[in-house]
Design a binder for this molecule. Structure first.
Ligand code: HPA
Length: 243
């Protein structure tokens, strides 16, 4: 048990799939897992542990924002001995080249957040994901015939940005940001700091250039490609460990 997770240590698997939304965690458990159990529900941040194609895994929500992701991913890595976290989330696209529901594999998170500096005195605005996990995700995407856009995401602390100098075009063109979300930089920082593995798969839920967007109901239910990619990646990862 930790301040924010009530599961026993043995009730959390070594690999965790982390959506932001607790209802998406519930959806993944109910639609994909066998013999699953709700192992934590503190603050309604649901964690389910069960089996997918015979492989034991946990699906747990991170909540929104780096503060929330920072807490849960740290407790999972540090106190539950979790080895791998794959975040599955949504993002706003910063380029008209990306359509709604396109998939992004995040190789690099760019952020101006103070999270990494405050947490571990890490001064770089860029933090990379796990190469090992990324290779597994890329291979599974190819097997599932899914197109992955691989690159950098902008991780922000601010959803409603009224700052006149905020510049999407600059973030896209100068920092190569494909889009924006709010959790990955904290996850990658914690993984780096604690010598663990993390990566992130995102589905484009809105496009900040073309202004196209999905509804919250669609967002909750329709990201099946991303969920299946994450689940298959966990199976593949377990196979590689066993080889
Ligand atoms: N901003 C931040 N995070 C997001 C967005 C956005 O526009 N869309 C999905 N996640």
């Amino acid at each position: 048990m930790t301040p924010h997770i009530e599961a026993k240590k043995t009730e959390i698997a070594k690999t965790v799939i982390m959506p932001g939304d607790p209802l998406r965690a519930k959806y993944i458990a109910e639609n994909y897992l066998e013999n699953y159990r709700l192992v934590s529900k503190v603050r309604n941040i649901y964690a389910y542990t069960g089996y997918y194609k015979g492989v034991r895994l946990t699906v747990m929500a991170s909540g929104m924002g780096m503060g929330s992701m920072g807490i849960y991913s740290y407790e999972l890595f540090k106190f539950y001995d979790v080895d791998n976290i794959i975040r599955v989330g949504s993002c706003g696209a910063y380029t008209s080249k990306l359509d709604l529901y396109d998939l992004i594999l995040v190789e690099n998170s760019y952020s101006t957040s103070s999270f990494a500096k405050d947490q571990s005195n890490y001064e770089d605005n860029n933090i990379k994901s796990s190469r090992v996990l990324n290779e597994v995700v890329k291979e599974c995407a190819s097997n599932l015939n899914l197109k992955l856009n691989v690159g950098t995401i902008y991780s922000t602390d601010v959803f409603y940005n009224d700052n006149p100098s905020f510049d999407i075009k600059k973030l896209n063109e100068d920092y190569n940001c494909l889009g924006v979300e709010m959790e990955t930089y904290a996850l990658f920082n914690n993984a780096k700091n604690l010598n663990k593995n993390a990566t992130c798969i995102l589905t484009v839920s809105d496009n900040l250039v073309t202004k196209l967007e999905t509804t919250s109901n669609e967002r909750e239910k329709s990201f099946t490609s991303m969920m299946e990619l994450a689940l298959e990646s966990v199976v593949r990862l377990e196979k590689e460990r066993g080889d």
